[in-house]
Ligand binder design. Structure first.
Ligand code: HEC
Ligand SMILES: [Cu+2]
Length: 361
């Protein structure tokens, strides 16, 4: 069946050039906003390479915006100008265009050049993140359910939930995971890296602005994923040195023996609500959350010994709190991960002991 032609001649329509000028004005106005928009005030930047990544983001947004404005603008314009009219006949089609080498040449060359520029730009930033010469601080970030662990050279124990780095010092960060997939993301570093068990990824950056920034886990890693976050502190060189020696002092104290006799059950109860109740109920052993119920440690017929196989005693419980324990149920974090002082441990043991005594009455 022959189709009737709606419009015999190929034409851009009556309003093409005015529309082009209008779209160009819109495009230039939005591009200007993108170029000057103060991203670094909305999400402050830590230092290099965050500034380069912002520039790349602006560049890509300007190009993306131009494509959006012209494609959508002409789509709407042509849909209106060459719309079907009652005089066109019911099966009218537009002019069919084939083989226009000039057009095809340009719509291949222009996007290729744009993609090549973006690729070169991105790869250069990425390469800089892989190897910057002159490392000064090399450290590790390790994902755990549901904590960030940070290890520093010459520091005996790890630090959890806060990462300190000295200003103006190139930092090499080795990122990995101890259990499941996590993702290390600091919006202010403009860097995101998956934390994969068995794989160490290296990131390099140089903090330039003193302050406190966010670190967030952006890979769903279990029930408490939403609470998995840490703080990134960029300290002055002096403050960083002071922090390091304070850590060393604290870690020295932590190796002193725990005086269980000084435990206060009431203080232990409050602490339990803050640090333990996400994983433990105070019901019987089988009332599990992530870990077992802890309400009957001394007198649960279903669970005569502790998970370590030891008979329940204040000393055996404090040992689990200090060293942590990994068994078939899961991982019980150690004292560093739970940030427990000696007094905290004594209070928690007193509280857990008192729970069992209440049940006996
Ligand atoms: C991230 C979850 C998690 C947190 C937080 C946690 N625990 Fe645990 N805990 C566990 C798991 C899992 C086990 C069991 C390990 C196994 O045997 O597989 C456990 C085991 C224990 C046990 C041994 C229980 C038994 O019957 O032998 C005690 C005691 C204990 N936790 C106390 C605490 C206290 C006190 C806190 C708070 C400072 C705490 N836990 C915080 C996950 C957690
Ligand atoms: Cu996580």
């Amino acid at each position: 069946m022959a189709q009737s032609r709606a419009h015999r001649k190929m034409s851009l329509g009556p309003g093409f050039w005015p529309v082009t000028i209008a779209l160009t004005i819109v495009n230039v106005a939005i591009s200007y906003v993108i170029a000057v928009f103060p991203f670094e005030q909305l999400v402050p930047i830590v230092g290099a390479p965050a500034d380069q990544i912002d520039t790349l983001f602006r560049f890509m947004s300007v190009i993306g915006n131009a494509i959006f404005v012209y494609v959508l603008g002409y789509l709407v314009y042509f849909a209106i100008v060459w719309r079907w009219r009652p005089s066109d006949g019911p099966d009218a089609i537009g002019v069919q265009v084939h083989d226009v080498p000039k057009l095809e040449f340009w719509w291949t060359v222009v996007p290729s050049i744009i993609v090549a520029i973006i690729a070169i730009f991105s790869v250069r930033i990425w390469a800089g993140m892989q190897n910057t010469p002159g490392d000064v601080l090399t450290m590790e970030a390790i994902g755990h359910q549901f904590k960030f662990e940070f290890r520093y050279p010459k520091m005996k124990n790890s630090v959890y939930d806060s990462m300190h780095v000295p200003v103006d010092t190139p930092v090499t960060l080795n990122v990995t995971s101890a259990d499941v997939l996590h993702s290390f993301w600091s919006p202010s570093l403009r860097i995101k890296a998956d934390m994969v068990p068995g794989l160490v990824q290296t990131l390099r950056f140089t903090p330039e602005h003193i302050g406190k920034y966010a670190i967030i886990c952006t890979e769903f890693c279990g029930t408490q994923h939403a609470n998995m976050a840490a703080a990134l502190y960029v300290d002055s060189q002096q403050a960083f040195g002071a922090w390091l020696s304070a850590q060393a002092r604290q870690q020295g104290q932590a190796s002193a023996p725990v005086a269980l006799g000084s435990g206060q059950a009431a203080a232990g109860q409050a602490l339990f609500g803050q640090k333990c109740s996400t994983c433990h109920s105070i019901g019987p052993f089988n009332q599990k959350i992530v870990g077992p119920g802890l309400g009957h440690l001394f007198n649960d017929p279903a669970h005569p010994a502790l998970v370590t196989g030891e008979k329940a005693s204040p000393a055996a419980i404090s040992h689990i709190l200090i060293s942590g324990y990994q068994g078939p149920i899961g991982v019980m974090p150690n004292r560093q991960a739970n940030a427990l002082s000696n007094q905290d441990i004594a209070n928690l043991v007193a509280y857990l002991t008192s729970l069992s005594q209440k049940k006996q009455r």
